[in-house]
Design a protein around this ligand. Structure first.
Ligand code: PGA
Length: 249
């Protein structure tokens, strides 16, 4: 089963309007290989500007978050329809900063994941353990519980991407070793197979995230069950991000 690698940049709460547009332009100009799918997720307020800059390119526009309700009195929130209006194609759910800094519960994350899927967008569902959980040998249990947030996502999961991001490796410069990452990726695929069947599990792309840089990307991306990367800090420079994309091919 060949899975087209998916390299996505999560810009988090970084850039301004001018730098977001410049970065998007440079990524769109450099992302020309059809052997790898490239995506970028700028802050909400720059989605429109970035969407215009990348239109006509192969780069997918992503959102870092969404609210699960269709519309109504939800001050400050953004709906799936609003994102689609701007050309968004994928949405992150369960990112560790939403879980652990912003305090999102598994129930809320599960609702968001279902809404993204039902809304016809690509769902990038993030899972990963904290350092104390890894040290207590709870990694696989934590990841399994976070995968189970997809319980109400239907069996057609052609639009599902999983991102494994050990929390201790995010923004710390400490990457999981190639073998540590592969072990959890293989577990994720196996768990998806029990839930959705082997064919579906074989087709789902599983990204690795956590301090992915041009110099460690090739080793990680060459692992059997690693099908791309979710890149934070290193996605803020076009050259480095494109080098990571090139390492996926
Ligand atoms: P990082 O972030 O690459 O800066 O570690 C990854 C992420 O949080 O998606």
């Amino acid at each position: 089963m060949t899975r087209t690698p998916f390299i996505a940049g999560n810009w988090k709460m970084n850039t301004n309007k001018a730098s977001a547009v410049a970065l998007a332009k440079a990524v769109a100009a450099g992302a020309t290989s059809s052997a790898v799918q490239v995506g970028i997720a700028p802050p909400f307020v720059y989605l429109d500007a970035v969407s215009q800059v990348i239109s006509g390119s192969s780069v997918l526009l992503g959102a870092q978050d969404v609210y699960f309700e269709g519309d109504g009195a939800f001050t400050g929130e953004i709906s799936i329809a609003m994102l689609k209006d701007l050309g968004v194609k994928f949405v992150l759910t369960g990112h560790s900063e939403r879980r652990h800094v912003l305090g999102e519960s598994p129930t809320l994350i599960a609702r968001k994941a279902k809404a993204v899927f039902d809304g016809g967008l690509i769902l990038v569902h993030c899972v990963g353990e904290k350092l104390e959980q890894r040290d207590a040998n709870q990694t696989l249990d934590v990841v399994k519980a976070q995968l189970d947030e997809l319980a109400s996502v239907p069996a057609d999961i052609s639009r599902l991407v999983i991102a494994y991001e050990p929390v201790w490796a995010i923004g710390t410069g400490r990457t999981a070793s190639d073998a540590q990452a592969q072990e959890v990726h293989a577990f994720i695929r196996q768990h998806l197979a029990t839930r959705f069947g082997k064919d579906v599990a074989d087709a789902v792309r599983i990204q690795y995230g956590g301090s992915v840089k041009p110099d460690n990307a090739r080793g990680l991306l060459s692992q059997t069950d690693i099908d791309g990367a979710l890149v934070g800090g290193a996605a803020l420079k076009a050259d480095g991000f494109l080098a990571i994309s090139a390492a996926a091919v």
